[in-house]
Design a protein around this ligand. Structure first.
Ligand SMILES: N[C@H](CCC[C@H](N)C(=O)O)C(=O)O
Length: 266
């Protein structure tokens, strides 16, 4: 099985082109592929499949590194677009179907910009870590997010080695939790605990949720927010119609493996 590695601000993915439908992905195989010691290593898998929706040619079949599925992946869809553009499978403007619906990516040199669709603000909630409750704003980007505004020292110290406790009624399938630090009116820094992947260096849907929350808490429904993540810098814009995510997306290497002989963590 051939694969390509890529990342967007350090959120890295194993890309598998499967236009013929010959690759059988299972949660166990995805976890083995994403294992950073026994496998290739990655925060998730992006499988390129034909789109059932006629509005797009390709479907992004996204899996988290634990083998779970998600509706959307903002860095993933940007790396996915970079792969299609680099391999000549698509041009500069790429409509894509995802489990969260249609998204359109625009390859602009080193940057890839995505129409992330309008956010849905779901109200107040909180995340609990080590008995401390962090209030946050629940936002859907197709997948669920909880954006907690915290001081810099809290964001630096908070233990993200395991999933924060969150509301099982509001988030029955779990949630991605962002800890957002205000650096300036239109500038945030964040750490993230990703549902299904743990702490990552970046989360595109999460950065978009952080930007939307930053605008919302300052009474604005439109604007642009720079979001710094441990893996780099993303730009989030909300306009009257939708939300946008822009940032770098690169392919790092290609390889080949036999999934039947791929090592499994003991
Ligand atoms: N872990 C997320 C999916 C990947 C999101 C993230 N990698 C991004 O770039 O948006 C979830 O289960 O909803």
């Amino acid at each position: 099985m051939k694969f390509t590695k890529g990342h967007g601000t350090g959120n890295d993915f194993v890309i598998i082109e499967d236009l013929e439908g010959t690759v059988e992905l299972t949660p166990a195989l995805v976890a083995a592929l994403c294992d950073r010691r026994f496998g290739i290593g990655g925060d998730g898998v992006l499988r390129v499949q034909p789109s059932a929706d006629p509005a797009a040619v390709y479907f992004m079949d996204y899996w988290n590194s634990d083998g779970s599925l998600s509706e959307m992946c903002g860095n993933g869809v940007r790396v996915f677009a970079r792969y299609l553009h680099t391999t000549g499978l698509a041009g500069d403007e790429i409509p894509l179907s995802t489990r969260g619906g249609l998204r359109t990516a625009y390859v602009e040199g080193d940057l890839v910009r995505v129409d992330m669709a309008p956010p849905a603000l779901l109200g107040d909630s909180a995340a609990v870590i080590d008995g401390v409750s962090y209030p946050g704003l629940a936002i859907s980007m197709g997948n669920p997010h909880l954006v907690c505004d915290v001081p810099a020292e809290v964001a630096e110290a908070v233990d993200l080695s395991r999933a924060p406790e969150t509301d099982p009624v509001l988030f029955p399938a779990g949630v991605n939790v962002e800890f957002s630090v205000k650096l300036a009116e239109n500038h945030r820094r964040m750490r993230v605990y990703e549902r299904g992947s743990g702490e990552t260096m970046s989360c595109g849907t999460g950065a978009t949720a952080v930007g939307v929350a930053a605008l919302h808490t300052s009474g604005r429904d439109t604007g642009t927010v720079t979001v710094d993540v441990p893996g780099g810098r993303l730009e989030v814009t909300r306009d009257a119609r939708t939300s946008w995510l822009a940032g770098p997306a690169v392919l790092t290497f290609t390889g080949e493996l036999d999934p039947t002989t791929l090592a499994r963590r003991p």
